[in-house]
Structures are given as structure tokens and as C-alpha cells.
Ligand binder design. Structure first.
Ligand code: AMP
Length: 216
């Protein structure tokens, strides 16, 4: 099964994708994660993307679609994929169709995670992860049981994304509304969109997604 998780920054796409990976052995393809890895490794793509990401704007369609194409080329055909943070423009949606066809895959579902935008800034600005295992935490909603020590791996180093500050988050929201939300009708016309309430507790959102996938 190949699915897209669609929603504004902070909607919980990454959190839900990680759960699907754990439960179903699917593969999460996050263009944001790939770009951050490219920035850290100072590859040509990373060098080009860094300033754009720091501003909260969108990296070029060609760059992100090439990343997705390369990942799918390397993936065993039977492994299901969760697209997280991609596609983000109408052009990327067109490119994804072509890439999926090339790799003998088809899109089964688009799950839109709906959220209250005023809440998002609070969610995003407070979030951080374990630098060792990537487990997610939040200043107000989910601190480790023993403050300063990761519940999952015992790591003691944590990190925050550079673009998780209020000013950049606002730009990312504007980009989402202007360029990403308009691709939904395209998928609605195909009858493959389902919606979940992203303001519900994380477990409830996961439950709703499981129900949708069971019927897909
Ligand atoms: P994310 O981790 O999905 O929030 O992405 C972080 C940043 O990476 C975004 O604000 C963009 O600058 C860039 N980015 C990630 N995915 C895409 C995409 N599909 N198209 C364009 N830019 C992207």
C-alpha cells in the first residue's frame, strides 16, 4: 500500500508515519528528513536547500522529486510507502504519479490530517527529539519520564529543528495554504482522500488511520 499523509507543519505526519512503520513495516519517505540529512552532509543538494529551509520556503520540485525517485528505486517492490511531506505542490503531485508508475506502484490513499492552525505554532515551537534515536518530545505535552533522559534509548542529548521557530513556522503555514492545500481536490476527484482529526490525542489519530487503511 502506498499512502500520502497530508497536513500543515505540526499536524503529526511524522509521528503517525513512525507508528505505521512500526506496526506494518511500511517505509516512511520524508523529504524533510532527506533534505535535513543532505544539509548535515553538505551535499550539493543540501547546500542549495539550506537557506530555503531556514526561511520556511519550499525547495524546488525537481530536487525533492529526484530524492523520492531515488528512494523508490532502491526499495523492494513489496514494501508499502508512506509519503510524509511530499507532494507539497501541484507539480510534485504530477511528478509523483509519473514516479509511482515508473516503479510499478499506485497511490492507494491520501490521508489529510486536519488541525487548528492556531494550535500548530505552539505544537511546533515546543517540540524536540532525542539526538540518538529520534524519539519525539514536547516542552508542554510530552517530556521524558526522567527529565533529560530519553524514555526509549536512555540518550541524554536532544535537538530541535532550526526551522521550528515562530517566524519560520508562519512562513511554512503560508506555503502550505498557498501551494499544498490546493492539491487536495486533485486527489478528491479520484475518490481516495480520507480525513482524520489531527487535534485528537495521538492514539486516537492512529486508530482513525488504521480504520481507514483497513478499508482501503
Ligand atoms: P518538513 O520536515 O516536512 O516540515 O520539511 C522541512 C522543510 O524542508 C520545508 O519547510 C521545506 O523547506 C523543505 N521541504 C520538505 N519537503 C519538501 C517538499 N516536498 N517540497 C519542497 N520543500 C520541501
Amino acid at each position: 500500500m502506498n499512502i500520502i499523509l497530508l497536513g500543515p507543519p505540526g499536524a503529526g505526519k511524522g509521528t503517525q508515519a513512525a507508528r505505521l512503520v512500526e506496526r506494518h513495516g511500511m517505509r516512511q519517505l520524508s523529504t524533510g528528513d532527506m533534505l535535513r540529512a543532505a544539509v548535515a552532509a553538505q551535499t550539493p543538494v543540501g547546500l542549495e536547500a539550506k537557506a530555503i529551509m531556514d526561511r520556511g520556503e519550499l525547495v524546488s520540485d525537481e530536487i525533492v522529486s529526484a530524492l523520492i525517485d531515488a528512494e523508490l528505486a532502491a526499495l523492494a517492490p513489496g514494501v508499502g510507502v508512506i509519503f510524509d511531506g511530499y507532494p507539497r505542490t501541484a507539480e510534485q503531485a504530477v511528478q509523483l504519479d509519473a514516479i509511482l508508475a515508473k516503479h510499478g506502484r499506485k497511490l492507494d490513499r491520501v490521508i489529510e490530517i486536519g488541525v487548528d492552525e492556531d494550535e500548530l505554532v505552539h505544537r511546533i515551537v515546543g517540540r524536540y527529539t532525542c539526538a540518538t534515536c529520534g524519539e519525539g518530545y514536547h516542552d508542554d505535552f510530552k517530556q521524558p519520564k526522567l527529565l533529560g533522559t530519553c524514555d526509549k534509548c536512555g540518550g541524554t542529548t536532544f535537538k530541535r529543528r532550526k526551522d521550528d521557530n515562530e517566524e519560520t513556522v508562519r512562513t511554512r503555514m503560508v506555503e502550505y495554504r498557498a501551494k499544498t492545500a490546493p492539491i487536495l481536490p486533485l486527489y478528491e476527484a479520484r475518490g481516495i482522500v480520507s480525513r482524520v482529526d489531527g487535534m485528537a490525542p495521538i492514539d486516537a489519530v492512529s486508530g482513525a488511520i488504521e480504520t481507514i487503511l483497513a478499508k482501503a
